[in-house]
Each structure stands twice: as C-alpha cells, then as structure tokens.
Design a protein around this ligand. Structure first.
Ligand code: SF4
Length: 305
C-alpha cells in the first residue's frame, strides 16, 4: 500500500517516519490544549504577584514558541515513545528502527538539543539516539492501527523523580507524607507548576512506569476509580499549600495536576514512585491506520503528513 504526501508517493514505513518527525516537532513547539488551559487557569487564580508574573511569562513563552514554530524550552528532553500497536498492523518489527531514524531527522530538522550521552565516557551521540534511547514502551491492542505518543522529557523535572518502598503498615498516611515531602524537597527544580505522576504498587519498576504513564493522561480526563479521583484532589490541594509556587518563587500554583496510577502490590512491600513533569508538559500523539490515514490525538485538527 502506498500513500500520497504532496507530490510524493510514500510507503507505510516512510509515512510512519514522517509522522513521527512531525509529532516530535508538534510536541516540542506546542503544548496540548489541556495543559495550556490548566496554565491559564493557574494564572487567573494565582494570588502571589511574583507567581502571576512567572505564569504570565510562561504563557507568553508558549505563545511565541507556537507562532514561531520553535521549541518551548531549550531542553528538548530525552525522548521516549509510548506505542499502542494493533496486533494486525504490519511490520511491527520495523517500528523501532523507523522511530530511531525519525529522531535523528527531527534532531536536525527542528532542531532538538542533542541529549543522549554515554554514561561512562560522557560522549554525546549528537543525534538523540543511543542505547535504549529513544526508549519505546509497547502495548498491544486488537486492530490494524499504530498509536504513537512522543514524550520528550526535560532533565530538570526528571532529576526530582523519587521512589520509596514504604512499609505496608505506613499505608495511605505514609504515601501522602512521601508525596508532599518529595514536592517540598523538589522545590523550584522541576520548573513548577508541575504535573505530578504518582505510581503506587507493583514492584519498584512498575511503580515508576505507572508514575510516568500517569503524566500522559490528559488533564481533562478523570481516573475511572472514584477513590483515586478523591485522593488525587486531596494530594493536589496539599502540594499547592506548600507555597512553592511558579518556578519556585512562591505562590499558589505549585502543581497543575496530580495523577495517580496503581497496581496491586506484594503483601510485604508498598512501592510509591513520583514522577515530576515541568510546566512544559510536552506530549503529542497520533494514530496511524493500515490504509495510511493519520489522526492526531493530542492536538485538535492537526495534519501530521
Ligand atoms: S524542567 Fe522543563 S521547563 Fe525546566 S528547563 Fe527542563 S525542560 Fe525546560
């Protein structure tokens, strides 16, 4: 099957590569509407004059980046992809190679800051790819589509991620204490107002994976479990009472949202992971169908071809 793009005829592999380059460009230059709305609401509600000024600057920054098609922040992040692959979608074994190629192209085209460094010899690959970078998370679904979420994540917020294996007896009280302590400890470092992902249960790896996945849930979407919704609200209010405020300079808006995902746990352990996402909460997602049609999921009415 071939597909038309402008004057060129594309095969499905080229189409996936082009869509991925465009997704990365969209992600780093334009925040999804739910994040922009949350930032505008935070600006309206902020009572601290310094906090309000910070939010005003952030909103202007976002607008300028969007108008000029330039990255929202100089740190264009370490890149991960979350894939939902239909089991009937062809050539799934080629996807990793295609995504790596797309990242290399995007690094030059947009451009992205080269952020993939060998941890032993400190050498930058200069193309945002390396061992396990971009990291690809796979979920398999029924169907003949491929859903790609590009998730470039900045280092400042990543540095404040935290993991603790609580004693089960500490329970919810220990969980709440750990969340608030982690936010206080992070202060202005993750560029607040943040989105806080909390992963609970499973093992250490599962808890952190869930915390990261929690960051991907659009801010206008509720968790299906009402207990989780209530806990998210309670913890959000608690972290916003810390007074850390926008960029850590004081104010009401320390976090835009707090999102929880959970798994059942071993009787002996109660893992809790916290992932911070800065105000530049970048993500862009698309669904590619086997017939070559493409739907942008994260930004309304956007062509990715
Ligand atoms: S934490 Fe986010 S906003 Fe702050 S410098 Fe890093 S990418 Fe930019």
């Amino acid at each position: 099957m071939t597909h038309r793009q402008g004057e060129k005829t594309l095969n499905l592999e080229d189409l996936i590569e082009n869509v991925t380059v465009n997704l990365l460009q969209l992600a780093v230059t334009e925040l999804p509407e739910d994040v922009k709305t949350a930032l505008r609401n935070a600006y309206d509600k902020e009572r601290s004059p310094i906090g309000k000024t910070q939010l005003k600057t952030i909103l202007e920054n976002i607008k300028l980046a969007e108008e000029r098609r330039i990255p929202i922040c100089q740190d264009t992040g370490l890149i991960s992809f979350y894939l939902k692959a239909g089991s009937q979608f062809k050539d799934l074994d080629k996807i990793e190679k295609i995504l790596r190629k797309a990242v290399m192209r995007a690094t030059v085209k947009i451009p992205l800051r080269p952020n993939a460094i060998d941890p032993f010899i400190q050498k930058n690959t200069n193309n945002n790819t390396g061992r396990h970078v971009p990291y690809i998370h796979w979920d398999i679904a029924n169907g003949d589509f491929l859903e790609i979420t590009a998730f470039p994540k900045g280092g400042g917020s990543e540095n404040m991620c935290a993991l603790k294996i609580l004693k089960p007896a500490e329970g919810l009280t220990g969980l709440k204490r750990f969340v608030v302590e982690s936010v206080v400890n992070a202060g202005g470092m993750p560029c607040p107002p943040t989105i806080i992902g909390v992963g609970i249960g499973g093992g250490a790896d599962i808890a952190m994976d869930l915390a990261k996945r929690a960051l991907l849930r659009p801010l206008d979407e509720q968790h299906p479990n009402p207990f989780v919704v209530q806990l998210e609200q309670e913890l959000l209010e608690a972290v916003n009472k810390t007074g850390i405020g926008p960029m850590g300079l004081g104010g009401d808006s320390t976090a835009l949202a707090l999102r929880i995902e959970y798994a059942h746990r071993h009787p002996a352990s109660y893992p809790v992971a916290i992932a911070f996402q800065c105000w530049a909460a970048r993500r862009a997602a698309a669904r590619i169908y086997a017939d070559g049609s493409v739907e942008c999921l994260s930004h309304k009415n956007r062509s990715l071809l």
